[in-house]
Design a protein. Sequence first.
Length: 412
Amino acid sequence: MKRKIAVMCVLALTGTMMLTACGNKKDNNNGKTSDGKTAIRFATWDVADDVDAQQKLVDKFNEEHDDIEVTLEAYGSDFDTKISAGMGSGDTPDVMYMWNYPAYADGLEPLDEYIDKEGDDYKNDFYSTLWNYNSLDGTTYGIPVGFTTHSLFYNKDLFAQAGVEEPTDDWTWSDLQAAAKTIEEKTGQKGFAFQMKPDPYDFEMYLWSNGTAYCDEDGQMAGQIDSKESQEVFKMFQDMEKDGYAIATEKNGTDEFRAGTAAMYVYGSWSIASLNEDGMNYGVAKIPSFDGKTSVSILSSSGLSISKDSKNKDAAWEFVKYWTGEECNKARIGMELPVLNSVVESEGIMDEPEYAPFYEMLEQSDGHTPASFLIEDWSEISENLSLSVEQIFNPSSYMDVKDVLKEAADAQ
């Protein structure tokens, strides 16, 4: 699953033809356009309306630069395939969206020297937590573009119907369980929804919140994923489902929440637009904590990277600065959460109750490295973990938590 804000789908053929045609002015031998400008290819994974909005921003950059011309290439669901092929053939776009740094770092330009030349104010304007998700082994390969943390969504109408006080930012999981039980008893609707087969990347945040992780700093899972703290997390979710006041869903819980059949679920900011369109009476709070600990969220993050093979890295960096700067951050509000402190402040984002918890979770989630950055064969491990978790949460099996996690650790 890609760590990005936009939802990916298949790009229409006509759009692909149009965007490909735009790049025909480039001479691949010298990195110049036919009229002598420095040619920069920019690859995005977005589609449809998001691509249209991005094209307008690219056009504005081109209008303001007499010496650089950027061509937008929209790869849609073929993004990974085309980036991988480009790196293999030496035909990688100069600038590209990025999330999977462990997989692509060898083909990316290290950016720390570029960042240092901009000065401390440049780097400090970005939320510090985001740098950890755009770096690998101490080297920065991407400039933050967008992100979402996760927060607790709750249905205000179901809470009122059940006579339960709404969640607060100092809620614990015990508070959530008590509220969920009462809501189920009073309304007949489930108090909480979570994924039966969650993306392991996302689910690790609950382990972090309870003082553990999938693996240690060396990527070893034994003693971590099967630790007492890890077992407590998985057992808690399983017990909520067994007791009947929570439901393990086939998807992510948004459908049940929108339908009013689940009063709470934890998710990213992606669903805010659809919930607002529905006119739903909902609220957002920080993720509940385990007793005596601070809750932590995973980040779904996107960055902008430069190809190591680019012939025009300085021009590419000029575009990266533009695309990740204040103007474009403001223009993309609604498509993604701004990554700059200055934009969040100037646009009053923290005054909007549905968005503020995501930034509060961001502030308290620093210092955690996802297992996908630490385990070399993460793709295979992730697939196996997903199946293991499903065995725990699937009501047809409800396998023993301790046994499943021990087996997962031993299988590495």
